[in-house]
Design a protein around this ligand. Structure first.
Ligand SMILES: Nc1ncnc2c1ncn2[C@@H]1O[C@H](COP(=O)(O)OP(=O)(O)OP(=O)(O)O)[C@@H](O)[C@H]1O
Ligand SMILES: [Mg+2]
Length: 250
């Protein structure tokens, strides 16, 4: 009979309330899908995860796909704990994936299986060279549009996730879904492969549009399944329980 291993090491996100929801943080080297419709705070939460990592000395990498990273940084909430020296010291690195596509000669609208392998190798090699312990891809949905078929998406996410796990990197893949969608990802494939799913949403309440966060699954840990109200502040993301909820063993 297989022997049960001990408690998995945690990647403490540093995001107020989120580590408590996750009973201590994301199990190290998990690949987590951070999914939600537009404006729900996905980029803000993902960036905060990296800033706290970099501040603690964990090399962090933000792979920007949907918009270039300079534009993203200019538009995001100005966190008062984000200092330029994190970037200058190389603890926090921003890379634009379209630049990588160009360097790899991936100019076509659809990537071939060989190009997928090349892309996975390029991202994993970069993460290895930089000693990356926390990685964000914003968004994986934009990459999937270049893959087109479920088979290719499955291949890409599985290979990338394995390569990142092999270097003990904890990853957040940002996933875009339509509002009111009953799926956690645009192509339905990404959610099945990920180690964790964190759902962000907009919720109308008494004429106010609230942002909410809920952990749907997280392999390797117990977690709350309650819905939390998420507040985006310059001090970071704050989570407050919406209703009393239970917990589950993932
Ligand atoms: N400079 C700012 N100051 C205060 N709040 C801001 C600022 N910039 C953005 N925000 C808030 O953050 C919200 C967007 O958050 P974020 O970009 O993290 O969401 P997202 O889910 O990544 O959105 P998208 O679907 O566009 O990628 C905005 O709607 C706005 O309320
Ligand atoms: Mg975003």
């Amino acid at each position: 009979m297989a022997k049960r291993s001990g408690e998995r090491a945690r990647c403490v996100t540093g995001i107020e309330g989120f580590d408590t929801v996750l009973y201590g943080g994301i199990p190290r080297s998990n690949t987590v899908l951070l999914t939600g419709s537009c404006g729900t705070g996905k980029t803000s939460l993902a960036l905060e995860f990296l800033i706290h990592g970099a501040t603690k000395g964990e090399n962090s990498l933000f792979v920007s796909v949907t918009e270039n990273s300079d534009k993203m940084l200019a538009n995001i909430i100005p966190y008062n704990f984000f200092t330029d020296d994190l970037v200058e010291s190389g603890k926090l690195v921003f890379v634009d994936l379209p630049v990588m596509y160009e360097r790899l000669g991936m100019t076509k609208a659809e990537l071939s299986m060989e190009e997928i392998d090349l892309l996975v190798t390029a991202i994993a090699s970069l993460a290895r060279e930089l000693g990356t312990k926390r990685l964000v891809i914003d968004s994986i949905t934009s990459v999937c549009y270049k893959l087109k078929t479920s088979e290719k998406i499955r291949d890409f996410v599985l290979k990338l996730s394995k390569a990142l796990t092999d270097i003990d990197c904890t990853s957040i893949l940002v996933s875009e879904v339509a509002a009111q969608s009953d799926s956690y990802s645009m192509f339905g494939v990404e959610e099945a492969i990920s180690d964790g799913i964190v759902l962000m949403a907009n919720m109308e309440r008494r004429g106010d549009l609230l942002r909410t966060l809920q952990v749907i699954k997280m392999r390797g840990t117990m977690h709350s399944r309650a819905k939390y109200v998420l507040d985006l502040t310059p001090e970071g993301v704050l989570l407050v329980p919406l209703l009393k909820g239970g917990s589950t063993r993932a």
